[in-house]
Design a protein around this ligand. Structure first.
Ligand code: ATP
Length: 236
């Protein structure tokens, strides 16, 4: 069973189709990158998966039962889908630890919350910064904190929107290592990113979108050699 199946998804803005009968499947434990030129439909795809945009047709199945196109944004989050948006939106006056506590959600018992925060601090490498106000963190650290906040909810599907935009080369390498550590058999990760070196470092497979359709799907190495991908995207 796939972790996520996008099946014949069409999103229209007026007469324009941002996604055009798009289909793809992501395996449990997989890290999938969605790449492609500006306007290809990458953000629209994440918007549909997270419930912000509803399609005119098609389905988005989480596991084999739940069609995310038929439920609300809140229900999608409850089902275990979490998205890290491109721009960090941490709470600057609160410490790293307090931000992670918010990421855990209100229902978690205090003992379990402390355990989970400790685990996430280790995963994202922010232990030494736990008591620092988030506003005092470097840009890269804010990105890792925000990844930590979505991880604290123990998502089964993690959506990452340009996680290395604006990061230095060293921060980008650290983020790639971090995403490597987040792999779990019961968690799938879908990443939109423009940094192809980073994509090559993290992704099992890439889906190249162009005009709302799949142009290529497979390994990043194959994408670099694909004549159509070079023509519309990588060769530019
Ligand atoms: N709310 C909207 N109304 C009208 N058109 C929209 C809307 N949202 C997106 N679009 C259009 O849909 C197309 C796909 O946009 P989308 O943001 O999904 O592309 P993208 O692949 O994420 O691009 P980028 O790499 O620039 O972020 C674009 O042509 C965009 O202008």
């Amino acid at each position: 069973m796939s972790a996520l199946v996008v099946d014949g998804l069409t999103v229209a803005f007026g007469r324009f189709r941002a996604l055009d009968a798009l289909s793809l499947a992501v395996d449990p434990g997989e890290v999938r990158a969605v790449i492609g030129p500006n306007g290809a439909g990458k953000t629209t795809l994440l918007d549909v998966i997270s419930g912000i945009t509803k399609p005119v047709s098609g389905r988005v199945m989480l596991g084999d039962r739940l069609d995310l196109t038929r439920i609300s944004e809140a229900a999608i989050a409850r089902a275990g889908v979490r998205r890290k948006f491109q721009k960090p939106s941490v709470f600057p006056a609160l410490t790293v630890r307090e931000n992670l506590a918010i990421g855990c959600g209100p229902e978690l018992a205090p003992g379990l919350r402390a355990e989970r925060i400790a685990a996430v601090l280790g995963e994202v490498g922010l232990n030494p910064r736990a008591a620092v106000p988030a506003g005092a963190l470097a840009h890269g650290e804010k990105q890792w904190l925000e990844i930590g906040m979505v991880l604290a909810a123990e998502p089964r599907l993690l959506l990452l929107d340009e996680p290395v935009a604006g990061l230095s080369d060293a921060e980008t390498r650290r983020t790639a290592e971090l995403i490597g550590r987040l792999r779990r058999p019961d968690r799938a990760i879908l990443v939109i990113e423009h940094d192809m070196g980073f994509v090559e470092a993290i992704a099992d497979k890439v889906t190249v979108l162009h005009e709302g359709r799949t142009l290529y799907e497979g390994g990043m190495r194959g994408a670099r050699e694909d004549a159509r991908v070079i023509e519309v995207f990588l060769g530019r």
